[in-house]
Write a new protein. Structure first.
Length: 248
């Protein structure tokens, strides 16, 4: 048996607090256990960078790849936060109890959304109980320290789904590629990109020109070129976090 667990949490983690700065737009985190990469929904402003400096103990290691447009995503690589704030990480708890954390982890409006793979019923129970225990310990610690701050936000753990996905499901869960990389392409962009690929536009040397593709579907060279550039930009932004994980 192979189980996929979907959960959401609130706990003491800099990524959760950072996500509140982005108006419910999700940020995505990837971890290789030596490096973290986060994908932001927009260009990182100076004000948000200043707040991040206070939130992240490893801020000095940040390398920000900023887009030219403020509406395009930023990609940030950094030293892995697990070793710096080990007691804050859920991934370590999952691994220690027989589970496999899947990436990316999604953070949105102060919530952490995770997918976890387990290989039998015992692992499922061990992982869930260990996370619950971690949340309970955090709340007990917050209660003891409440007098210092005058307030406390309780940590929360919620099970969203537990599904027996089998070996085929495990393969699909690991092959993030198509669903995660092309999810933000429109139908028109995807069809045009596939047509350009099939016609040899991306061959070296190219076997077809933009004008020839345009004639086939009744669009101008300029329109075809703009659409393909949009596709290329979206694909690069989706793939870049995985490349940066092994770039150091």
């Amino acid at each position: 048996m192979v189980y996929e667990i979907r959960v959401r949490l609130k706990h003491s983690c800099p990524f959760l607090r950072f996500s509140k700065l982005f108006d419910k737009e999700p940020i995505y985190s990837y971890c290789s256990r030596t490096h973290d990469v986060i994908r932001l929904p927009e260009k990182l402003s100076e004000s948000k960078k200043s707040k991040a400096q206070k939130l992240f103990p490893n801020f000095a290691s940040w390398k920000v790849n900023s887009p030219s447009s403020s509406s395009q995503p930023s990609i940030i690589s950094m030293d892995c936060v697990c070793g710096v704030v080990y007691y804050h990480t859920i991934s370590s708890v999952v691994r220690q109890n027989g589970g496999v954390p899947l990436y990316p982890v999604t953070y949105s409006d102060g919530w952490e959304f995770r997918k976890i793979i387990c290989f039998d019923d015992d692992d499922v129970n061990n992982v869930i109980n260990a996370i619950k225990e971690k949340i309970l310990e955090e709340n007990e610690l917050k209660e003891k320290n409440e007098y210092k701050t005058g307030h406390r936000e309780l940590a929360v753990f919620e099970e969203l789904e537990i599904n027996n996905i089998g070996e085929d499901g495990l393969f699909r869960a690991q092959t993030f590629f198509m669903s995660d990389i092309i999810h933000n392409l429109t139908n028109l962009e995807l069809k045009l990109f596939l047509l350009a690929y099939e016609e040899g536009y991306y061959d070296i040397p190219r076997r077809v020109k933009l004008e020839e593709i345009g004639k086939k579907i009744g669009k101008s060279r300029q329109a075809i070129g703009k659409t393909l550039r949009n596709v290329e930009s979206k694909l690069i932004n989706s793939v870049a976090p995985f490349l940066l994980l092994d770039s150091e």
